[in-house]
Design a protein around this ligand. Structure first.
Ligand SMILES: Cc1cc2nc3c(=O)[nH]c(=O)nc-3n(C[C@H](O)[C@H](O)[C@H](O)COP(=O)(O)OP(=O)(O)OC[C@H]3O[C@@H](n4cnc5c(N)ncnc54)[C@H](O)[C@@H]3O)c2cc1C
Length: 384
């Protein structure tokens, strides 16, 4: 494993950084304030090739997947986007690290040809439907039903907390095809948003990542052809868990991006804010907060790159992805808390971005497996 980014990855990093500064910076506060997602910003990501990073070139991807750098490239990109706008960041993370990665790994040739080019170009936005009102951490107890009827399935039930739901063109849905087996009774389906029987429900009013659209999705006698099933019947839970390993690397990247924003803003503020006749960065109490932030952020990024490298090379990375997400998300929360502290009263004001970082950081410890779940995954791997 090489810690230096390849020339390709450095170019990608520059592209993502410039896009975030130029296009997302002017939008991020407004999206948070108005609780409105900006679909045009997402389309522009597609035009730059940033939506196809985890997709093979044969299906419109940017080539990183083919050179075994897909997860690393996604990490580099997501760090830059989330540094400026975590709402756009989570949208892109779900699109790439959950939806496109799942279809790339488990989809049929026909499904990939039909869907992936539109995902790569950003013409279509994808969403991932696992959670339900009664099944969050215990995802295997989901009840949304896919009843077989000849060559079709009839979908009934509802999914909660679905990122991008009102803007999504296509959903990946985990549904129950057998009530006899808990985990082995779950299958995975592609469901187009325009299909009869798909309805978007209540929109969540959130503490953070308020510019991302999170909604309930309801399926009411929604008929889907057998050709839309991804993988074998009963294999859906394994597919969901495998995909979450990649998704957790994406959320680690989100946390690293938010943490870096905290470090950069807090350092700049501490250099110019004066008390007792000198910049507050001269005080050891402030210096040590910044030093801890920088150290933990570097460690988070290295854990993230290791997990990404393992996944890119086809190795099991469940433990390493859990470690990266756990450490990076706890680091982002500590960094956001300390950044608010360094800003003093201004840190508590909406005039500055650090209060948004503080709210945005919180979710990284909750979705795609809470911190408790990551510790369970790590300790299970340790105990064999
Ligand atoms: C903004 C947002 C966006 C989301 N986007 C999506 C999405 O796009 N698609 C999707 O499918 N889901 C999505 N989710 C759902 C998310 O993945 C779940 O909220 C998360 O998995 C936790 O589930 P829960 O909320 O039901 O909490 P619960 O499972 O009820 O957990 C509550 C608490 O109990 C703890 N707990 C539960 N079981 C255990 C255990 N065995 N041991 C120790 N502690 C335990 C948890 O760690 C947590 O602290 C999103 C959620 C949010 C808030």
């Amino acid at each position: 494993m090489d810690f230096a980014l390849t020339e390709d990855l450095q170019m990608l990093q520059t592209t993502a950084r410039e896009f975030a500064e130029k296009e997302l910076k002017p939008l991020a506060r407004k999206m948070d304030r108005d609780e409105e997602f900006d679909i045009n910003a997402f389309r522009k990501l597609g035009e730059l090739g940033l939506c196809g990073i985890t997709i093979p070139e044969a299906f419109g991807g940017a080539g990183f997947y083919d050179s075994r750098q897909g997860n690393q490239a996604a990490s580099v990109t997501l760090e830059e986007i989330n540094r400026v706008c975590a709402s756009t960041g989570v949208t892109l993370s779900v699109h790439m690290s959950l939806f496109s990665s799942l279809l790339t790994k488990w989809g049929t040739e026909e499904q990939k040809r039909r869907v992936l080019p539109k995902m790569a170009s950003g013409e279509w936005l994808g969403a991932y439907c696992l959670s339900e009102a009664g099944s969050g951490t215990d995802a295997g107890s989901l009840v949304c039903e896919a009843r077989r009827d000849g060559s079709e399935y009839v979908l009934n039930g509802s999914k909660l907390w679905i990122t991008s739901a009102p803007y999504a063109d296509v959903f990946i849905v985990m549904a129950r095809t057998s009530k006899e087996h808990k985990i082995r009774g779950i299958s995975t389906f592609l469901v187009e948003a325009e299909r009869k029987g798909v309805r978007i429900g209540k929109k969540e009013k959130k503490m953070g990542i308020r510019g991302s659209a999170t909604c309930e999705v309801l399926f009411e006698d929604c008929r889907i052809p057998e050709a839309n099933r991804i993988g074998d019947e009963g294999k859906g839970f394994g597919i969901a868990l495998d995909t979450l390993d990649g998704g957790r690397i994406g959320i680690a990247a989100q946390a690293v991006g938010i943490g870096r924003a905290c470090l950069e803003d807090a350092t700049a503020y501490a250099r110019q804010r004066e008390q007792f006749g000198e910049p507050i960065i001269n005080f050891q109490a402030v210096q040590w907060m910044l030093a801890d932030m920088a150290t933990r952020l570097d460690a988070s990024r290295l854990l993230m790159y290791r997990a990404a490298w393992l996944r890119d090379h086809g190795q099991n990375c469940a433990k390493e992805a859990a470690m990266a997400k756990l450490f990076a998300s706890e680091t982002a929360n500590k960094a956001a808390k300390d950044a608010v502290q360094i800003f003093g009263g201004n840190g508590y004001s909406k005039e500055y971005d650090v209060e948004r970082y503080f709210r945005d950081a919180r979710i990284t410890e909750i979705y795609e497996g809470t911190s408790q779940v990551q510790r369970i995954v790590i300790s299970r791997a340790l105990s064999g």
